[in-house]
Design a protein around this ligand. Structure first.
Ligand code: NAI
Length: 347
């Protein structure tokens, strides 16, 4: 395990098995230097347990960086449940997961991620208090995607002002790939501010709805990122910025909500060399975790959560300024800033 390429000095990696429910899970705690390791629980059918371990290691490190850069008092962690989970075992599986989280005594705080619902987290919450993303009674909470979309819009405003010489988003052409929770809410945010939209999704009903509501122009899922737009916003899949795609981009900036947009660091370098502004994904898409953390710590008044998300504007400016100053790609600068914040907390 210590030779695994995705192992990055993780503090603790727990393999969980519960023979009664059939639960098999891996909980990876990358760092608790800044606070309890925060990060969602993913349910996925991996090709083998090794792939699940790699995912847990990479995702938990990503959460450490995201939480550090967002200024949260949270470290980074992630749980992955090895699927498939039969429908009649789901309740027992998430109860057993709750027990496993509870045994960590607060070093890990879980929430929803891909394949896991608010209902599943309510089951986890019946066994442990170290869980968030439940309801938001009395403040911000529940579905994080509108909060994530707001953060993406703040980062776009920063990029527009500082790199595109545009005082606002009004009149800019913005292409959005993926119109789910994040992409759909982002279209609303952008349309409200007078941007014109080009959109694509594999789900044609979603495309219809967004085109109707916001007078968006539709395009193909294969070419949406290559649109003749000011900004492109990947809000579906990771790995979309490859060394093949970057040379074909026509936009002046990439600012989107999807996780892990860069397929390689070489693609990040190519963006920089082509003078296409890239706002690092985990900086831009932190709105959801900012809300989830506030819900956990009980500081989730709507006003305060929105003010915290609005700080993504200044952080984006800071990363882009340093990128230019040091002659380094923005993703490298963001990684360094996050790693420094974690190291400072450790010492
Ligand atoms: P979602 O599942 O609600 O939406 C994803 C959308 O992408 C769906 O409409 C789907 O049909 C579409 N899609 C799938 N493949 C596509 C393709 N090849 N081309 C175009 N569209 C395609 O997911 P959600 O929550 O909106 O998340 C989107 C991305 O943002 C993911 O990468 C997720 O990890 C990331 N993210 C989400 C956060 C949240 O608060 N929901 C927080 C941080 C990151």
């Amino acid at each position: 395990m210590f030779d695994n390429v995705s192992y990055d000095g993780h503090e603790q990696v727990l393999h969980v098995q519960d023979t009664h429910s059939g639960l098999r899970a891996i909980v990876a705690l990358h760092s608790t230097s800044l606070g309890p390791a925060g990060g969602g629980c993913r349910l996925w059918s991996y090709k083998d347990p090794r792939a699940a371990l790699v995912d847990a290691l990479r995702l938990s490190r990503g959460m450490s960086y995201k939480n550090a850069l967002a200024g949260l008092k949270m470290g980074g962690g992630k749980a992955v449940v090895l699927g498939p989970v039969p429908a009649d075992a789901r309740l027992a599986v998430f109860e057993a997961l709750g027990d496993a989280v509870d045994r960590l005594g607060g070093r890990y705080v879980t929430a929803e991620d891909v394949g896991v619902t608010v209902g599943d987290m309510k089951v986890v919450a019946s066994r442990t208090k170290y869980v968030s993303g439940l309801s938001g009674e009395g403040g911000a909470g529940g579905d994080p995607s509108p909060y994530t979309a707001k953060g993406v819009r703040m980062a776009m405003e920063a990029v527009a002002l500082h790199r595109l010489d545009a005082p606002a988003l009004e009149g800019l052409r913005i292409a959005v790939q993926g119109l789910g929770g994040v992409g759909g809410n982002l279209c609303r945010e952008l349309a409200e501010r007078g941007a014109s939209l080009i959109v694509a999704d594999v789900d044609t009903e979603r495309v219809e709805r967004i085109c109707d509501e916001y007078h968006a122009e539709r395009t193909d899922v294969e070419t949406v990122l290559l649109s003749d737009a000011d900004i492109v916003a990947p809000c579906a899949l990771g790995g979309v910025l490859s060394e093949d795609v970057v040379p074909k981009l026509r936009a002046r900036a990439v600012v989107g909500g999807a996780n892990n947009q860069l397929l390689s660091s070489a693609a990040g370098r190519m963006l920089f060399d082509r003078q296409i502004t890239y706002a690092p994904d985990y900086l831009v898409n932190a709105g959801g975790i900012i809300m989830v953390a506030a819900e956990y710590f009980g500081t989730n008044s709507e006003e305060r959560v929105h003010a915290d998300i609005e700080r993504i504007f200044d952080r984006t400016v800071e990363v882009l300024t340093r990128s230019r100053q040091y002659g380094l790609p923005a993703d490298v600068v963001a990684d360094q800033m996050a790693a420094d914040a974690i190291a400072r907390a450790r010492t």
